[in-house]
Design a protein around this ligand. Structure first.
Ligand code: PNW
Length: 452
């Protein structure tokens, strides 16, 4: 455990980085034998994506990665979280490996190494091969088997280049939002029983990711899950509101971190889902609960919680209509989220090492004027959040790193290219990159290891 005071810099080995994901920046959607992903397909269903945008070109990172890593390095970035596109490796999800897909990532890691940037690799960041979706996608247990083979292949292939692995990105987003609400690919609206089964399959896939890294990752390999926990923040930091926020947090995260930590579904969860409980096979939780090296948390926002006024364990507070938020309707500005989520994960589940694997904010209008983008709103967002990360470490919460989302404006899923999360502006017509004010701000933070 690193100890710092409220006024000292971040610990000397604290990791500062930036993050992105294959489907969102690569483009090259059908280059060199890549198969169709569920997002390639979803983007072609009318009305699914803002402006009818597709992932076909995105930031053209597929062809420009060397230039992009040069820009990263010039800003002092030494850690980059990226994901591997499953359909590049297995175009039909299963079956034969596509050597050109493996070759692309070998070239990409070589370029990162040349620029002094360390990879943190997510095995699955939502771009499921469409061929697997045609066989049921995450509702089908066969997808877990296909993921296990994909994870084995990827970890074996890149064990010399990659030491830090993340199994899955945000289970809720590719299950609940995709199979219950239909907001994300594949855009289905299934029953609670089916959706609960997708959670279970995702947990199993996570377990296989951990197993693959243990078996084939080589010396020094580490692995963890990146979860987007439902975050609660006490309205007032009193013991009563803190206890209430913690009880809410434990309840809302029972089906993912609660299940992993508890080595099975808690009775409270089984009571809640009743007849819609997922089917569990013998041995499932041995895999799901394999020990990991760290927990990744993507933190953007939170729900305010306080002690119930009628004596209930907790009460969530409805935000007023004019509460400040970014341009994404869900992104209410609650910087204390990044203090409380890691603290609760540490206290409730005992994680000894936590990385913030994403944190950032999205806005629509960020024009380049006289060669600059003055995104002071993002500078403020980062500053307020980094202060809370620092406060958490000073309070003894084991946060070992922070990855900003995102390095560059990219394909923001159903919000298309309109919603910009980058600290580097991307002109999607010309592919010109312009670092925003926030990029220069973050460069100073990384260099001085202090929230400025
Ligand atoms: C994350 N929510 O998604 C993803 O990991 C990124 O790929 C994405 O670009 C980024 O955050 C910004 O959206 C989220 O509704 C999507 O609370 C939705 C939510 C949270 C995170």
């Amino acid at each position: 455990m690193k100890s710092i005071t409220y006024s000292s810099p971040f610990p000397s080995d604290f990791v500062f980085g930036v993050a992105a994901a294959s489907a969102q920046i690569e483009g090259g959607a059908f280059a060199d034998g890549k198969g169709e992903s569920i997002w390639d397909r979803f983007a072609r269903s009318p009305g699914a994506i803002h402006g009818g945008d597709t992932l076909d070109v995105a930031c053209d990172h597929y062809h420009r990665f060397d230039e992009d890593f040069g820009l990263m390095a010039s800003l002092g970035v030494k850690h980059y979280r990226l994901s591997i596109a499953w359909p590049r490796i297995y175009p039909s999800g299963d079956g034969d490996v596509n050597p050109a897909g493996l070759d692309f990532y070998h070239r990409l890691f070589a370029s990162m190494s040349k620029h002094g940037i360390k990879p943190w690799v997510t095995l699955f960041h939502w771009d499921l091969p469409q061929a697997l979706e045609d066989q049921g996608g995450w509702t089908a247990r066969s997808t877990v088997d296909a993921f296990a083979r994909y994870a084995d292949t990827v970890v074996k292939a890149f064990s010399g280049e990659v030491k830090d692995w993340i199994t899955l990105n945000e289970i809720r987003c590719f299950t609940l939002l995709a199979y219950a609400y239909g907001l994300k690919a594949p855009g289905r609206k299934e029953s609670a029983a089916v959706v609960n089964q997708t959670y279970h399959h995702a947990l199993l896939a996570h377990g296989h990711g951990v197993r693959a890294v243990r078996m084939f990752g080589g010396e020094g390999a580490r692995v963890g899950l990146t979860d987007n926990v439902d975050v609660s923040v006490p309205v007032t930091e009193t013991p009563a509101d803190i206890a209430a926020a913690k009880a809410w947090f434990a309840d809302k995260n029972l089906h993912i971190l609660g299940a992993i930590h508890g080595k099975g579904y808690a009775q409270a969860y089984l009571d809640r889902v009743g007849a819609d409980a997922p089917l569990v096979e013998a041995g499932d939780f041995e895999l799901i609960s394999l020990p990991t090296d760290f927990l990744g948390l993507n933190i953007y926002t939170a729900t305010y919680v306080r002690a119930g006024r009628q004596g209930e364990a907790y009460e969530a507070v409805q935000l007023p209509a004019n509460y400040p938020r970014a341009d994404s309707s869900w992104l209410n500005l609650v910087p204390q989220a990044i203090y409380w989520a890691p603290r609760m994960c540490h206290e409730l589940y005992g994680y000894p090492s936590i990385y913030i694997t994403e944190n950032g904010c999205g806005y629509n209008e960020e024009p380049v004027v006289n060669g600059e983008v003055v995104d002071l709103h993002r500078r403020d967002y980062l500053r307020n959040h980094l202060r809370e990360v620092h406060r958490a470490i000073a309070d003894g919460v084991p946060i070992d790193g922070y990855f900003l989302w995102s390095f560059i404006d990219n394909f923001e899923w159903e919000d298309g290219y309109q919603r910009r999360f980058g600290i580097v502006h991307c002109d999607f017509q010309t592919q010109v990159r312009t670092p925003k004010l926030s990029a220069y701000y973050y460069a100073d933070v990384m260099r001085l290891r202090t929230v400025l």
